[in-house]
Write a protein that binds this ligand. Structure first.
Ligand code: CP
Ligand code: NVA
Length: 333
């Protein structure tokens, strides 16, 4: 772990992975692994790292993992957290985002934002004067990918040289960040999606440049059979992201052939050797226990894959807390 990365991160915001070097990203993943061990040993209780820090969570969209991970991460290390939904404050309605940012920045040490437009988190970061972290916008979901990389490292012992196949909506926030994150740490990446849901040109070129710099391959495949061959990680996300609900019927039709099932996992060619895992950022439509799946059945992943021993989705969810904690500790101390 290099002290240089630690000092370079102090005081910085995290709006997308584009702003992090590979070294900084790997540093945050390793710090999360260390903080996870430390939590088991009760380290946070003996020597809390964020005592006296106040953190605001400004959330425009619903969240289970990101919100709870941030609250527990901060509280573990002695910080205080205030949750502010957009209905609780004047955010963008009676007060501009820039003014809210300046007010919150006078009171809080860091602001964790979840919302719609990426420009909103950029405005917050420009005006707050304290670190602002992106907990998901329509375009990016950087803290999710730190947890995904931690889970891959814990599963395989290394990141460089792995192959990740993301299967599904190839242009959403999770896929965008995963593409850039993998390319930065030297993971081969296939974006396996319908033609209509291919990545946006600007995001694609960012990921392409990162892949070239880090000596790994990245490509788009519209074939859910060939696309997943050789993958160590099959990763999927919901077919309809928050804010895109009007697209539901269209997406079901487009994405049905991209459902992750056991046959797809086997087509990686790595399952039998224990060299393939399944990841999903969650929440997932995998069984008949939600309002949607009671009517339609499983969507992006079948229940047997979701519940299989090679599915690491709950380690991945837990790692949200350790990586968010690492980000807070690295940027606030
Ligand atoms: N993966 C994730 O961001 O989950 P939440 O929407 O529950 O925060
Ligand atoms: N792409 C999903 C991710 C949820 C964590 C969404 O934006 O709704």
């Amino acid at each position: 772990m290099t002290p240089r990365s630690r000092s370079q991160l102090r005081g910085r915001s995290l709006l997308s992975l584009n702003a992090l070097s590979a070294e900084e990203m790997l540093y945050l993943v390793d710090l999360a692994i260390e903080l996870k061990r430390r939590k088991v040993r009760g380290g946070g209780r003996r020597n809390p790292l964020l005592v006296g820090k106040n953190i605001a969570l400004v959330f425009q969209k619903a969240s289970t993992r990101t919100r709870c991970a941030a609250v527990v991460a901060a509280c573990d290390e002695g910080a205080h957290v205030e949750y502010l939904s957009q209905n609780d404050i004047h955010f963008g309605k009676k007060e501009s985002v820039a003014d809210t940012a300046r007010v919150l920045g006078r009171m809080f040490d860091g602001i964790f934002f979840r919302g719609f437009l990426h420009e909103t988190v950029e405005t917050l970061a420009r005006h707050a004067g304290v670190p602002v972290w992106n907990g998901l916008t329509d375009q990016w979901h950087p803290t999710q990918i730190l947890a995904d990389l931690q889970t891959m490292k814990e599963s395989f012992g290394h990141l460089k040289g792995l192959k990740v196949a993301y299967v599904g909506d190839g242009r959403n926030n999770v896929c965008n960040s995963l593409m850039v994150g993998c390319a930065k740490v030297g993971i081969d990446f296939v974006n396996c999606c319908p033609e209509e849901l291919a990545p946006a040109a600007d995001v694609w070129s960012l990921a392409k440049v990162a892949a070239r710099q880090n000596d790994c391959r990245i490509h788009v495949s519209h074939d859910p059979v060939k696309g997943v061959r050789g993958a160590n990680v099959i990763y999927t996300d919901v077919w309809v992201s928050m804010g895109e609900e009007s697209q539901f019927a269209k997406r079901l039709k487009l994405l049905r052939p991209f459902q992750v099932d056991m046959a797809m996992m086997k087509r990686t060619g790595n399952l039998a050797d224990g060299k393939a895992i399944f990841l999903h950022c969650l929440p997932a439509f995998h069984n008949h226990d939600t309002d949607v799946t009671r009517k339609l059945g499983p969507l992006e992943v079948t229940d047997d894959v979701f519940e299989a021993p090679f599915s690491r989705v709950f380690d991945e969810a837990e790692n949200r807390m350790h990586t968010i904690k690492a980000m807070m500790v690295a940027t606030l101390t």
